[in-house]
Design a binder for this molecule. Structure first.
Ligand code: AMP
Ligand code: GLY
Length: 417
């Protein structure tokens, strides 16, 4: 088979890496990929948002399976376009992607179908939203309705801060049309976890749970990022909790989408808050997680191609999805200054000095005169496996100092508890 992966981050490198282990895969293309993917795939210089060009490229190369990484491509309708051109593609349609691309839609769905979530109200008028915020106790969560590269949710510690966030979203329009509507939500507390499933619209198959770290500095300090590390499985996430989440959140969500005439196929990701009242959904995503996927793919024992084809064909109930008992820990190496401004083009050294069993998934990297250089904020996700989280953690932190580039920064507390 010839497969095409859309995206250029470490999440997509991990997808391509896993696909490359399938006996069925003869050729992998990735658009746009990075310096790491070029050793297992053919990098195509096409942006994930240029969905027409991607469809042309897929047709020209006789692609048998396309896997979409980023939500931006999904929200643009890449799956609908590929389907209309007869190119097999893994992921939800544009309408089904609403579960991620509109928080107002997702909240409406959760309320209508009794999926546990934070109390909330949706507003398209700034004045009404402002009055509502003024009536609520702090902390208050303010969310832009649309896609905002993971930056659209603000957990405000005071009413003033909530009003400021509201004004930025609805008046200054810092997220553009994503701020046409806002969701204002009660603040939940508890432990957070990421829970993903494969679904063909009927069968819903759980993946292993994972946790990610969003803040730039140790102890969850500093600005939000695209993710600074992750691990799987979280010790606090037992079989029983998995069952509860499947019955209360994931299965109802998939059924609800079908009932709404938006059959959901692909990966469905729930960001969970494990509250004293049980697990609640903070959000849904229509795709694999980043950096969760970098610690999940190495634990997947089954052939990812078999799973994806079954999702497309609607035969997921016939596929066995098996996971390794081993734990995994992934740490993101970022450019100095990220998530603020940073420089790129620094050579990365030590990639050939690390232990053989360490996985390095590239994100912001490019090849320059035969050398691998930095090319983005998040540069690499370095992953180790082990019998326990502690062993995996030990291994990853033993190897991280061997890799270097000017200004590199990584958190020292990933999977520390
Ligand atoms: P979201 O974009 O909805 O995933 O939110 C991003 C982050 O904001 C989550 O990972 C949580 O840490 C936090 N968050 C979102 N909604 C809530 C909420 N209702 N209560 C507390 N924290 C939240
Ligand atoms: N790790 C958060 C996300 O993928 O949205």
């Amino acid at each position: 088979m010839k497969v095409l992966v859309i995206g250029g981050g470490a999440r997509e490198h991990a997808i391509a890496w896993k696909l490359s282990q399938s006996d069925k895969v003869k050729e992998i293309h990735i658009a746009p990929g990075n310096a790491g993917t070029s050793s297992i795939a053919n990098n195509l210089p096409i942006r994930p948002t240029d969905i027409e060009a991607l469809a042309d490229a897929a047709l020209a190369r006789g692609i048998d399976l396309t896997v979409v990484g980023p939500e931006t491509s999904l929200a643009l309708g890449i799956v609908d376009l590929f389907q209309s051109r007869g190119i097999p593609v893994f992921g939800p349609t544009r309408e089904a992607t609403l579960i991620e691309s509109s928080k107002a839609f997702a909240k409406g769905l959760m309320k209508k179908y009794g999926i546990p979530c934070a109390q909330s109200e949706t507003f398209s008028s700034f004045e009404e939203a402002r009055d509502y915020v003024k009536s609520q106790p702090a902390p208050i969560v303010v969310k832009a309705d649309g896609l905002a590269a993971g930056k659209g949710s603000i957990v405000a510690q005071s009413r003033e801060e909530a009003l400021e966030a509201l004004s930025e979203i609805m008046e200054e329009r810092v997220f553009g049309s994503a701020g046409d509507r806002v969701v204002i939500e009660e603040c939940l507390s508890g432990r957070e976890a990421s829970f993903l499933v494969f679904t063909d619209g009927r069968a819903v198959v759980p993946m292993v749970p994972a946790c990610d770290y969003k803040r730039i500095f140790d102890g969850d300090q500093g600005l939000n990022t695209g993710g600074m590390g992750g691990y799987s499985p979280p010790g606090f996430f037992n079989e029983e909790l998995t069952k509860t989440v499947m019955h209360a959140i994931m299965e109802p969500a998939v059924r609800a989408m079908a009932e709404e005439g938006k059959q959901y196929k692909g990966v469905l990701y729930a960001g969970l808050m494990l509250t004293d009242d049980g697990p609640k959904a903070l959000e849904f995503n229509a795709r694999f997680g980043d950096p969760e996927n970098q610690v999940m793919m190495p634990r997947l024992k089954s052939d990812l191609v078999d799973i994806m084809l079954a999702v497309i064909d609607g035969t997921l109930d016939r596929v066995k999805v098996e996971w390794s008992e081993e734990a995994s820990v992934g740490v993101v190496m970022a450019s100095g200054g990220y998530p603020g401004s940073y420089k790129t083009g620094f050579p990365i050294t030590g990639l050939d000095e690390i232990h053989e069993d360490i996985l390095v998934f590239h994100a912001g990297t490019r090849e320059e005169q035969g050398r691998i250089c930095t090319d983005g904020g998040r540069v690499l996700t370095v992953v180790a496996m082990g019998e326990t989280i502690a062993r995996a953690r030990e291994r990853v932190y033993l190897n991280l100092p061997l890799i270097h580039f000017e200004g590199c920064h990584y958190r020292k507390d990933i999977a520390a508890e």
